[in-house]
Design a protein around this ligand. Structure first.
Ligand code: HEM
Length: 140
């Protein structure tokens, strides 16, 4: 990710802080609308699940300047997702769900630059999660 994109992700995430739970709620709503088959995978309380998602995104934002640690965190997350029944195909629609949620939460402040930076960040997250999951099946 470019320096400028990392800066945009950091500043827009800080800007979204007061609406963080709205972002998490919207993300799952969009994801389930795009992929109804994903919903039955979730067993826990949606509010708590949203908080966990946000905590993970916050941790990833904090590690933007430490790519090795960031990748390690995301690969571990990807390995845990194998246990939740998540497969590679499920990650396909995460970017679109996130883009729609950002638009809902940020409104007109969701500029092309902000959207692009978040799409790049989202790609990085999902690529590392998928890589972590693949290592698990390679070791099996
Ligand atoms: C941007 C990508 C994603 C991130 C950052 C993310 C993050 C998280 C986090 C932090 C948890 C809490 C448990 C843990 O830390 O291991 C979790 C649980 C879970 N995630 Fe994800 N996730 C992502 C994508 C997905 C996708 C695409 C699916 C499936 C469509 C999914 C399905 C689940 C399920 C089923 C659980 C367990 C929920 C439960 O306990 O009922 N995740 N996720």
């Amino acid at each position: 990710m470019q320096i400028i994109q990392r800066a945009i992700v950091r500043s827009s995430f800080a800007e979204m802080a007061p609406k963080a739970s709205e972002l998490a709620h919207s993300f799952y709503e969009e994801l389930f609308a795009l992929d109804p088959g994903a919903k039955p995978l979730f067993n826990s309380d949606p509010h708590r699940q949203g908080q966990k998602l946000l905590q993970m995104i916050a941790a990833a934002v904090d590690l933007l300047e430490q790519p090795d640690q960031l990748n390690q965190l995301l690969q571990q997350l990807g390995r845990r997702h194998v246990g939740y029944g998540v497969r590679q195909g499920h990650y396909r629609l995460v970017g679109l769900a996130l883009a729609r949620s950002l638009e809902r939460v940020l409104g007109e402040r969701c500029t092309a630059e902000v959207r692009q930076a978040w799409m790049r960040f989202c790609r990085l997250i999902t690529q590392q999660m998928i890589a972590g999951a693949a290592e698990l099946s390679a070791a099996a």
